[in-house]
Design a protein around this ligand. Structure first.
Ligand SMILES: Cc1ncc(COP(=O)(O)O)c(C=O)c1O
Length: 377
């Protein structure tokens, strides 16, 4: 178990911030790193060629370490949407073929597939947990020989409903489907093993459970997907781009690995040091320890919510870090605003209350949530 890490963040005592699924706060170390990064640009004579490569490659390696992948498979992207667009550009559907996803999936992981089937033919299938079956069971049942792409998260962003991705991978192997994941709501907080899941592509935006700055993210590409088409044809992703004076010796060759999918201006002198600082802290804590700690606290909190008349998703059906709870009938419409007036922050998505604490939360935060809810319900 990891003890409360609130001292690493700037969260006033009167704020109970239980909304990682919306956006994490930045740690002091991340703010300091970003501040240093911004200042580098005010002295451009100190920015040298290695600055275009070193922190980017450091971030790649740290992210790879968090998901049990190799750095060679990791590209730097500005958002989940950018990474997903890259995946969609390199996969095909066509008449009679299907993209299988969840009902109520996050839009950045829906629109690229809708466009692909509009352009190429085929259809999108939206899966809900069938009566009496788990969500994983229903997803597995939907993946048959017609499935070209299984486009899924590890947990659903509205209520934390969990999917067993290793089981989905095994099913995709049987039918020859590609597996494309959006792990923005799970990577960093839930043990994620790419060696077992073997996604074709996986994206993660940094600003939630990776505790990083906004407008940064990663795209993982499997070994057989590292020779595809990038969204941009920038200079830095090409072979030998380090030779700045030779950049007009144009080449058709990309740098090795998934680097070809890197966004333009990926070095991002301001934000990339913050990404590195955040991922270093996650690595030091260890994702398995983060998961165990959040699971333990959420188990206790969930029991208290049930006692108040809410219906949290049962533990076996949700991500350990993520509580989704149905509200009792008659709950006030302005519940979230009222809680926020009392300094308690959470969100509501798709009719479900989203309670997503992290290591900065202390017992007082949980007590304030419970007493706030009990006064309002
Ligand atoms: C599951 C999921 N994916 C991605 C995002 C962010 O997407 P993007 O990086 O495209 O803005 C969010 C934000 O709420 C999300 O919940």
């Amino acid at each position: 178990m990891i003890s409360c890490q609130r001292h690493l963040f700037s969260i006033p005592p009167e704020v109970a911030y239980l909304n990682t699924a919306y956006m994490s706060p930045l740690m002091h170390s991340v703010v300091t790193a970003i501040d240093g990064g911004v200042r580098r640009k005010s002295t451009p004579w100190t920015l040298t060629i290695p600055d275009f490569y070193d922190s980017v490659d450091h971030a790649r390696a740290l992210f790879a370490g968090l998901v049990n992948a190799v750095p060679d498979g990791v590209a730097i992207v500005p958002s989940a949407s950018y990474g997903m667009e890259t995946a969609a550009k390199n996969l095909s559907v066509g008449p009679g073929r299907r993209v299988v996803m969840l009902a109520n999936q996050f839009p950045s992981h829906v629109y690229p597939w809708q466009r692909l089937v509009r352009e190429q033919g085929g259809e999108v299938i939206r899966v809900e947990a069938a009566n009496g079956d788990t969500l994983t069971g229903s997803v597995l049942a939907a993946i048959d020989e017609r499935c070209a792409v299984a486009a899924l998260p590890n947990v659903l962003w509205t209520n934390g409903a969990v999917i067993d991705l290793a089981a989905v991978r095994a099913r995709c192997d049987q039918v020859g489907a590609a597996l494309v994941l959006d792990l923005t709501q799970s990577a960093g907080a839930m043990v994620t093993d790419f060696a077992a899941i073997r996604p074709d592509f996986a994206v993660v935006a940094c600003y939630k459970w990776l505790l990083g700055p906004y407008a940064t993210g990663f795209l993982y590409a499997a070994p057989h997907q590292r020779d595809g088409d990038p969204l941009e044809e920038g200079w830095v992703a090409r072979k030998d781009s380090q030779d700045f004076s030779g950049l007009v010796n144009y080449t058709d060759e990309y740098a090795p690995g998934a680097v070809r999918y890197d966004m333009g201006e990926r070095a991002n002198f301001a934000l990339m040091p913050g990404v590195v600082a955040a991922l270093q802290q996650l690595t030091d804590w260890g994702v398995a320890n983060i998961e165990a700690t959040l699971a333990d606290r959420n188990r206790a909190l969930s029991a208290r919510l049930t006692a108040l008349g809410l219906s949290p998703t049962p533990e076996a059906a949700r991500g350990p870090h993520f509580i989704g709870a149905g509200l009792p009938k008659g709950a006030p419409k302005d519940l979230l605003q009222k809680l926020a007036q009392d300094g308690v922050y959470l969100s509501e998505r798709g009719g479900s209350l989203r309670i997503t604490p992290h290591l900065w939360n202390n017992d007082e935060d949980f007590d304030r949530l419970v007493s706030g809810l009990s006064a309002l319900l």
